[in-house]
Design a protein around this ligand. Structure first.
Ligand code: CTP
Length: 476
């Protein structure tokens, strides 16, 4: 009996699994014959096995279980800021987070469930007592399935209901029946926000472990000034991403996967005080190392000299020059994935006299010397060396820093260096190096995906999802 047949029998047999997964028994027989479970059914099998207490890892290699998805339920309350929740939906939809949306009656005075449904491409829930909804997705399921319930905007009314345990509509019933993490992003008039009743409700909820994305201070839509303005949707989205990472909701996604990352600049010394380098801060590579570590990967980071704190990952190796970086990288092979985000200095400069004599570079070169010339020597291309080596990791990802023809140049690098995916940056006008934000374009053999400008943390989050897809496809 092969592994998948054994698993199906432990899960209750072909008929039972077929019924639970809503597929034909012949499909299950086929999986048993092929000894393989299709990617889009692995999560269902995972869920079924957790209910039945079957140790799934014995049957499906853990590397095939990456696509465990985060589920979020967004509750939209009524207020001037209701329309801003549409932007939150749009941002979440760009990730592979699964999103359901509930709207209160007041929210529907500002935006319609139809609009939300079209944006989210899923039914938007509004009714507590709906025969149709209760048979398909009842309110208890809506309350229990998500990892996070985000209430945005959260009105003074929903805060009062939640603080006092009221359950008189779908949103408040879900909040009361939920065991998920609840995060509120309030928006209301400053006097309402500062009202003692709201303050007390706020405090009660904090004590119960409910989190808040605090409202902004400034001028309100009604013209009054104070605290109560809805935070920027982007900030709310990023807070949610941080929460997912911090709380390790995806903690096992890259379990048993080794990832080697280069980051930062390299420094090529000319003499004891002068050198050639570039403006790379290492921020993007460090964010990637952090994100993948949080998702369970064994990350080794080889970094050039930087001025930011080192990320928390399995192994950090600090180097100076390109040659040192290459030596340390090759020592770390084999690895499952290689991500080359370092801005490696491309040349070493060797100082020469006019008559082509070398200087003693163990001492500082004096200005009193006659004319100083430089011989340029190309540094080794770390990415290319690894991608064309016998120990090539199964996925190799490079970056491309370009000032013009960004996509075209990135595509050429993809082909010439034998890379699976290039993250291309437009570095003209100093807009990437050292900044906290990044605008990238992902180039592979068939596609070019433009990502909107976002924080380097958010790029790392999305890139981790992309790597997850690449790995899952690789394993098929
Ligand atoms: N890279 C590398 N070793 C080098 C130069 C670059 O590993 N000596 C890697 C970078 O980490 C990046 C990719 O190659 O992942 C592209 O780097 P980039 O600086 O954009 O381009 P280069 O290949 O150096 O070519 P050019 O400077 O001519 O654009």
């Amino acid at each position: 009996m092969n592994k998948i047949s054994e698993l199906i029998s432990l899960l209750g047999g072909t008929g039972f699994v077929a019924e639970k997964l809503n597929v034909l028994p012949s499909a299950i027989s086929n999986w048993k014959k092929l000894n393989k479970i299709p990617r889009n059914k692995q999560e269902d099998i995972l869920q079924l096995s957790s209910h039945l207490n079957v140790d799934i890892e014995k049957f499906l290699p853990i590397k095939k279980l990456h696509n465990v998805k985060v589920k979020i339920l967004l509750i939209i309350c009524g207020g001037i800021a209701s329309y801003k929740s549409l932007e939150i939906i749009r941002l979440i939809k760009k990730t592979d987070i699964e999103l359901d949306v509930v709207m209160t009656k007041s929210a529907q005075k500002f935006i319609t469930p139809l609009l939300v449904t079209s944006l989210n491409e899923r039914k938007c829930y509004t009714e507590l007592f709906s025969v149709e909804d209760e048979t398909k997705m009842n309110h208890i399921k809506l309350a229990r399935e998500p990892d996070i319930i985000l209430v945005a905007p959260a009105s003074a009314n929903i805060m009062a209901k939640l603080a006092n345990g009221l359950a008189d509509d779908l949103a408040s019933t879900i909040l009361l029946a939920s065991m998920s993490k609840i995060i509120l992003a309030p928006s209301m008039n400053p006097v309402m926000w500062n009202n003692l009743a709201t303050r007390e409700n706020y405090k009660k909820m904090l004590d119960r472990g409910i989190e808040f994305i605090e409202p902004d201070t400034g001028e309100m839509a009604c013209g009054e000034k104070g605290t109560g303005r809805f935070p920027e949707p982007k900030l709310i989205f990023e807070t949610i991403l941080s929460y997912i990472s911090k709380n390790q909701i995806l903690t096992n996604q890259f379990k048993n996967i080794s990832i080697l990352i280069t980051a930062g600049p390299t420094i090529e010394n000319i003499d004891p005080v002068r050198f050639v380098s570039n403006k790379s801060s290492g921020k993007q590579g460090f964010e990637i190392a952090s994100e993948l570590t949080k998702r369970g990967a064994k990350v080794t980071l080889v970094t050039g000299p930087v001025n930011i704190p080192l990320p928390n990952c399995e192994n950090v190796i600090q180097v100076t020059s390109a040659q040192e970086m290459l030596d340390n990288v090759t020592q770390q092979l084999p690895a499952d994935i290689f991500i080359c985000s370092a801005a490696v200095a491309d040349w070493k400069l060797i100082p020469k006299t006019l008559s082509n004599k070398s200087f003693d570079v163990s001492n500082k070169i004096k200005k009193t010397n006659d004319t100083l010339l430089f011989e340029t020597i190309k540094t080794p291309d770390i990415l290319e060396t690894v991608a064309k080596s016998n120990l090539r990791p199964k996925i190799v990802i490079g970056f491309a820093a370009e000032t013009n023809k960004v996509k075209k140049n990135a595509y050429s690098k993809l082909l010439s260096k034998n890379i699976d995916l290039i993250i291309a940056n437009d570095v003209s006008n100093n807009q990437v190096f050292g900044e906290d934000f990044n605008k990238v374009c992902l180039v592979d053999k068939n596609n070019c995906e433009e990502w909107e400008k976002q924080s380097k943390k958010s790029v790392a989050f999305h890139l981790a999802n992309k790597i997850n897809d690449l790995l899952t496809n690789y394993d098929q």
